[in-house]
Design a protein around this ligand. Structure first.
Ligand code: GUN
Length: 291
């Protein structure tokens, strides 16, 4: 029997902790504020940004959504970031990825004040993660995966972990977290050029799938009793589904789940954790701004 790791329940626990911290801050007259910048009209990004702002409102956070048209210039986005850097009501800034092609995303990330970079993408925060300096911000999705492992009682220390995917948003920071003193795992990062990926994955006690390919991880890649964390959210066309598509992860859930000791579903696994960790990072930024 495999345990289905309930990301919604863990996210609610994280948000309840956040609620207490928000109250404490409010007694000191501080309302944590998050600004979310959306450039263009990518439908998936719109949905993500909408749910981030809604969750802030629910919790009594100050939130601001800044929408720029798809043909906004790089300078316009930079100007918005500079304004938000200078705004004392805003403690966290997030520019939704991916922006349209005329925007140099790296330059935008570097322009965000590292103290407000609640995504944890600024080079200063990437360095702090590698240095295990806890004053930095850890990217929300991998931070959420670590919390899920902890809440599910998964022992990462000494475990063989395989992270599939090497993105700056998930794969790389996930590998750093797993190999940190908090994780103590032996980590392999696999990607599109990895030779014999099936064999590499089969060694794993813990697999984190973050490749962005629907149902990529199949049963033959998973050792009996492994723990599988599925970061993927892929839209797959399905004429019988309500919106004409359904959401599937990077893991072929139906065939993989019976082999696992624990697995995250899609939806309801990693997804809800990402927002919870974003709120948590925003509160941390508000606290640190008071020092
Ligand atoms: N797009 C997909 N995931 C993320 C994220 O965590 N942060 C931002 N800014 N954009 C994203």
């Amino acid at each position: 029997m495999s345990t289905i790791i309930d990301g919604k329940a863990v996210a609610e626990k994280v948000l309840a902790e956040c609620g207490q911290q928000i109250e404490e801050l409010q007694t000191r007259g501080v309302v944590p504020g998050l600004a979310v910048v959306l450039v263009g009209d990518d439908p998936a990004s719109k949905v993500y940004v909408g749910s981030k702002v809604r969750k802030c409102a629910e919790l009594g956070l100050h939130s601001r959504k800044i929408e720029l048209p798809a043909d906004a210039t790089h300078q316009q986005v930079l100007d918005v970031v500079h304004e938000l850097n200078a705004d004392p009501q805003i403690h966290g800034i997030l520019v939704q990825s991916p922006p349209p092609p005329q925007i140099d995303e790296d330059a935008i990330v570097r322009a965000i004040d590292p103290a407000k970079d609640v995504d944890g993408f600024h080079p200063e925060n990437v360095a702090k993660l590698a240095l295990e300096d806890s004053s930095g911000y850890v990217p929300c999705t991998p931070a959420g995966c670590m919390r899920l492992l902890k809440e599910a009682g998964v022992e990462t220390s000494g475990a063989e972990a395989v992270v599939i995917g090497r993105s700056m948003i998930v794969g790389k920071p996930m590998a750093l977290l797993l190999m940190s003193k908090e994780g103590n795992a032996t980590v392999t990062v696999a990607h599109s050029r990895t030779k014999d990926l099936v064999e590499v994955c089969r060694r794993a006690d813990i697999i984190v799938a973050a490749i962005g390919r629907p149902e990529f991880v199949t049963a033959d890649m998973v050792k009996d009793g492994a723990v599988v964390i599925d970061v993927g959210i892929n839209r797959v066309e399905d004429a019988s589904a309500k919106r004409g598509y359904r959401l599937v992860g990077d893991v072929a859930y139906d065939e993989v789940a019976p082999k696992c000791s624990a697995i995250t579903p899609v939806p309801g696994g990693v997804g809800p954790m990402t927002i919870a960790m974003l709120i948590s990072n925003t509160i941390k930024a508000a606290c640190q701004s008071q020092r």
